[in-house]
Design a binder for this molecule. Structure first.
Ligand SMILES: Nc1ncnc2c1ncn2[C@@H]1O[C@H](COP(=O)(O)OP(=O)(O)OP(=O)(O)O)[C@@H](O)[C@H]1O
Ligand SMILES: [Mg+2]
Length: 267
């Protein structure tokens, strides 16, 4: 499963991405967490120690390598370049693993374009395909906030998307825009995940105002999340209640995807 996590700025994309990555890794899946935010935060949310984080270099900055492998200078649009560059050594060279989660920082690769037209995107696409070859492998892509970076190329990378919303009209508005875009680009598997929900009333607000996108579930607001950040430890380890909710969300997501796959197979 290749999963993107999107939503308005600050809603909790990185928090959810880190929780789900660890849930799946602890359940025995091979997990690749890709941070697509140009100012990356996922390493911190996953609790990667500083010595490992220092080793990380964003894929997008590896200009020489991209040029060597694709035959085109990064940043070029159009022209000829290899669309299936060799990537088998990249995971080891440019990602780090901690507690079973392999982390890759993408830098500012544009996923918004109309199809995979830049060499960086070709490189990443090959990389993801190469890394995730078993059906139960998991890619979790922590996306850049908002809608501008979502485009046709996204579907080349992911097959499902979670849109994080807070119980606010604004974040639901952004989710609605993301939903429309997803529809345009043919990304059909979409779920909302509520976050920072303080009470039943706020949960109900989300259910009542969903822009026609099914709600997978929600994470409650917990002061432990900020505390974990201050202490430099993952929410997964620091807030057991949120870890459990994330486990339930992951289970529900697997069920939904399996049943969608069955429907597709029956059709
Ligand atoms: N369930 C929660 N309860 C309380 N605070 C939360 C919760 N989830 C996230 N936060 C807080 O909200 C802030 C934003 O969270 P996070 O970085 O995960 O969001 P984001 O959507 O990835 O943000 P950005 O758009 O900047 O990438 C952080 O300060 C985080 O501690
Ligand atoms: Mg983030």
């Amino acid at each position: 499963m290749k999963l993107a996590i999107s939503g308005k700025g600050g809603v909790g994309k990185t928090t959810l991405a880190a929780l789900l990555a660890q849930v799946y890794a602890d359940a025995g899946h091979q997990v690749l967490a890709a941070d697509a935010d140009p100012s990356p935060c996922l390493a911190g949310a996953l609790g990667f120690p500083p010595e490992l984080r220092q080793k990380l270099r964003p894929i997008a900055e590896m200009d020489a390598l991209i040029e060597e492998r694709t035959g085109a200078k990064p940043g070029t649009i159009g022209g000829f370049f290899t669309i299936n560059p060799r990537v088998d050594d990249i995971p080891e060279r440019f990602s780090v693993v901690y507690k079973g989660v392999r982390l890759l920082e993408m830098g500012s690769v544009d996923l918004g374009g109309s199809g995979c037209i830049c060499p960086e995107a070709a490189m990443l696409k090959t990389l993801f395909t190469h890394l995730l070859f078993r059906p139960d492998d998991i890619l979790i892509l922590d996306m850049y906030a908002g809608v501008e970076h979502l485009g046709r190329a996204t579907v080349d990378f992911v097959d499902a998307m979670l849109i994080v919303v807070e119980p606010t009209r604004r974040s639901i508005g952004t989710a609605s825009q993301i939903g429309k875009l997803a529809q345009d680009i043919g990304l059909k598997r979409l779920w909302l995940v509520g976050n920072k929900v303080r009470n039943q009333e706020e949960g109900q607000f989300l259910l009542d105002n969903t822009p026609g996108i099914p709600v997978l579930g929600w994470l409650h607001a917990d002061l432990g999340v900020q505390e974990a950040d201050r202490l430099g430890i993952p929410v997964y380890a620091h807030v057991p209640a949120l870890r459990q909710t994330a486990q339930q969300l992951a289970d529900k997501l697997s069920q939904e995807i399996n049943s969608a796959n069955r429907e597709k197979a029956d059709a």
